[in-house]
Design a protein around this ligand. Structure first.
Ligand code: FES
Ligand code: FES
Length: 397
């Protein structure tokens, strides 16, 4: 994690962020400024364009850490900006937006054109807009809106705009205002190191996860049974699958399984068929379940490791630390990084832990149905969303 202090729309945010977090995710998830849209996340569509120190940048290919101690302006932060005061009504007048997906990025780029190129003609405006894609308008309205604003600002037509133009760096090499350079940073492993630091000394040497890369979600659950008992259960793959909501095994041979897991979360519905192999370390009571699968509906592919280890508690119980490291390819990849999904997985880990505790309960019949068999995915999604809303307003989740 890297500690950053970034001013987003004149509000200072001090956060610890993963080294690979891009600025688009930062302003949306940490700054709650969701007007910045992410389309391609490859720097191609321009929808995510924001201003960093007044200059337009693609937030999807700008690392958050590189913006430490910089100011960022998103579409929510243009109040009082004289160029936006002209562009917004011009976009309306010229029907320059339909669905609005491209509009936050279009406005940022348009502002840059108005300031930097006061004499731009239609051909130049179109050239400058080439990095912003719009799938609705055909561009004519956007081009006309920019030309309209350029016309209004001709000469000293709008003194506040002239003042902003005068503050820009001059192409002839004349004195330019002092700008803060991007800062470099050192990337460090996120999460895994922190988990290792908290672990008991003799277990810290064992890596929680066997692979690197992808999205990392950590969680834990506790059960009131000794580590040996829990470990025996957690290495019995059919028993583990039986506690995982939506999972079904079709084949099982020693430490290898094949099967299917169905996931439903809000609009997202997937059924991954695949195979997994358990690598276990009995001495340390830790294991890694390595798996890969494909969703039959969207054809998205997933692969990842579920690492878990037993930690003995003073009261005789066991904490099971779970470290999920996964990557998604295909249409479902757009869901892979949101905080909502992370909360959802954390909730699933809790439900899984509750089921393990029920299965280990000697007072309970071994084949008694588990509550997770009837889990209501919509209810689970709503409870995750509700707990996030409460957290946002400062109440306990
Ligand atoms: S989302 Fe950044 S350029 Fe497309
Ligand atoms: S208005 Fe819909 S993408 Fe541009």
């Amino acid at each position: 994690m890297n500690a950053v202090v970034i001013e987003v729309n004149r509000r200072s945010l001090r956060k610890d962020v993963p080294a690979r977090m891009h600025l688009g995710d930062f302003v949306r998830e940490e700054g709650r400024q969701t007007g910045t849209h992410l389309g391609c996340e490859h720097g191609v569509c321009g929808a995510c364009t924001v201003l960093v120190e007044g200059r337009p940048v693609r937030s999807c290919i700008t690392f958050t850490s590189a913006c430490d101690r910089q100011s960022v302006t998103t579409v929510e932060g243009y109040d009082g900006d004289p160029v936006m005061a002209l562009l917004r009504p011009a976009f309306s007048r010229h029907h320059a937006l339909q669905c609005g997906f491209c509009t936050p990025g279009m406005l940022a780029t348009s502002r840059d054109i108005v300031l930097r190129l006061p004499d731009a003609d239609e051909a130049r405006v179109r050239l400058e807009l080439a990095g912003n894609l719009c799938r609705c308008t055909g561009y004519m309205g956007i081009v006309n809106a920019i030309l309209d604003v350029l016309e209004q600002c001709r000469g000293e037509g709008v003194p506040a705009v002239s003042a902003l133009r005068a503050a820009l760096p001059r192409p002839d090499g004349g004195p330019a205002p002092q700008r803060k350079p991007f800062r470099t940073f050192t990337a460090t492993d996120s999460g895994t190191l922190a988990a290792a630091a908290e672990a008991p000394r003799e277990e810290a040497a064992a890596p929680v996860s066997g692979t690197r890369g992808g999205t990392n979600i950590q969680g834990s659950f506790t059960v009131p049974y000794p580590p040996g008992t829990v470990w025996a259960f957690m290495t019995d793959l059919p028993a583990v699958a039986g506690c995982l909501p939506g999972a079904e095994l079709s084949e099982h041979a020693e430490d290898r399984v094949k099967g299917r897991i169905a996931i439903k979360f809000g609009p997202m519905s997937a059924s991954f068929a695949g195979a997994a192999r358990l690598e276990r370390d009995d001495a340390r009571r830790s294991a890694v379940l390595k798996g890969a699968g494909q969703d039959s509906i969207s054809k998205s592919r997933a692969n990842g490791d579920v690492s878990y280890r037993m930690v003995a508690l003073d009261d005789g119980g066991t904490r099971v630390e779970v470290d999920l490291l996964y990557s998604l390819q295909g249409p479902l990849a757009q869901f892979s990084r949101s905080g909502l999904v992370k909360d959802f997985v954390a909730r699933m880990i809790q439900d899984f832990g509750r089921n393990v505790a029920l299965r280990l309960d000697p007072e309970r019949a071994a084949d008694a149905p588990l509550p997770s068999a009837h889990i209501n995915a919509f209810g689970l999604a709503m409870s995750v969303i509700w707990s996030r809303i409460k957290r946002l307003f400062g109440r306990d989740g």
